[in-house]
Design a protein around this ligand. Structure first.
Ligand code: GAR
Length: 210
């Protein structure tokens, strides 16, 4: 095996919505900017555009797993985990995945799940981050890529980018400005994680020397 193939780490991506972050990650992979092997895409929503994007990009396994078919959150997450293990994925990348993960899922893949959030954490965790930031009146917001632990949007921070907030912003306008940065930050952070690696000291992510 060449050095380059050993660095193509297998990943699963989970997405619930329009899949723009998923698309930009897949583009980065195709263009050689992100050395990962996207083996599996899972969505909890049958209508998620993310599924179509993944199929068109030729992802080997693209699955809709229906939460309603399972007794509870843990059972649904266990079904997802089985697919992730079967595909032998090293990382799980949440790209607009709007379900809270069960503690058992987080424990099973501890340190190997990353998420992108449309605010500068620890400000404005949760599902309405863009609206919450506007209502609060912040003059800057942005996006955060972080590891996932049992606390909602609470894991160690890998990368952040800020954007200005203007007086006439609506949630849609601000979210669009944030997403421009998400689309750069997420593939770049994933690539850095795979190429460079990091260790964790307390809550701090310390990147390895390049
Ligand atoms: C992104 O803005 C992401 O930060 C956010 O959902 C959007 C998904 O967009 N995630 C969360 O709010 C998670 N709490 P996309 O489907 O176009 O990638």
């Amino acid at each position: 095996m060449t050095e380059q193939t050993t660095r193509y780490q297998p990943i699963a991506i989970m997405a619930s919505g329009k899949g723009s972050n998923l698309k930009l990650i897949l583009d980065a992979v195709t263009q050689g900017r992100c050395p990962v092997d996207v083996r599996l895409v899972i969505s909890d929503k049958a209508q998620a555009q993310a599924l179509e994007i993944a199929r068109s990009a030729g992802v080997p396994q693209v699955l809709h797993i229906n939460p309603k078919a399972y007794a509870d959150r843990a059972a649904f997450d266990a079904a997802c985990a089985e697919e992730i293990d079967a595909a032998d994925c090293r990382w799980i990348v949440l790209a607009g995945y709007m379900r809270i993960l069960s503690a058992s899922f987080v424990r099973r893949f501890r340190g190997c799940i990353m998420n992108i959030h449309p605010a500068i954490l620890p400000a404005f965790p949760g599902a309405h981050a863009v609206e919450d930031a506007l209502v609060y009146g912040v003059k800057a917001s942005g996006c955060t890529v972080h590891l996932v632990d049992e606390v909602l949007d609470g894991g160690p921070i890998l990368a952040q980018t800020t954007v200005p907030v203007f007086d006439d912003d609506t949630p849609e306008v601000l979210h669009a400005r944030i997403q421009i940065e998400e689309h750069k930050l997420y593939p770049a952070t994933l690539a850095r994680m795979v190429r460079q690696g990091f260790c964790i000291e307390g809550r701090r992510v310390i990147w390895n020397d390049e």
